[in-house]
Design a protein around this ligand. Sequence first.
Ligand code: 3SL
Length: 243
Amino acid sequence: MKIVEVCLTPDLVKTYGVENKVVVVVDILRATSVMVTALSHGIKSITPVATVEECKALKDKGYLAAAERDGKTVEGFELGNSPFTYMDKSFAGKKLAVTTTNGTLAITRSVMAEEVVIGSFLNISSVAQYLKNQEHDVMILCAGWKGMVNLEDTIFAGALVEMLSDSFDSENDSAIAALALYKMAKEDMMAFLKNSAHAKRLQGLSIIKDISFCLERDVYNIIPVLKNGELVAREGNYALAGS
Ligand code: 3SL
């Protein structure tokens, strides 16, 4: 049976190893939720980069560019890290360069994986279906916050572990812990996350609407994957569970 494991922070990636695994990178608040939204609304590709300098270099080459640090848009960039920004039809067909505090860092640490997939609650059923249909073990990589564990990515990991339970062995402690936490949170995730560190940070920036949207399930059905350094929507039809 295939194995699904959960890596609770990018600082543990080397310990787990990514070789021969499909890595699902998750940063619920908000990087991977934004990526799924942007690609679903017609952005052609997203180039995730670790530093503001790399993002600026791509901006100078004509990319749309988004840079976020500590929840705020970096000076000199027109786009930040709200999913609602990317529902703008005029962005369709354009290439976007992105750097964020944790999400893009987690992606850059996964590049040696068999495949890198972008997960969020917004596309969770399609991701689950896709993972069941492929043959590799899976690591769910939580972006966390500056090397620390966070609640929102961990509960997503638990939700995905639950959805994969008929096809994957998840008998590793971090997967068991994530699933237990998800079971505690699932009736009202917004209430559960009220005291989480990042929800508090974002509330200070008045973006409750973003948090609430990022916790919605199955708004989109795309599977973003990393191809030659760019995130693109994977071809193929991954119908939502039950549809
Ligand atoms: O750290 C990240 O990658 C961001 O998602 C953080 S924020 O939600 O934009 O504050």
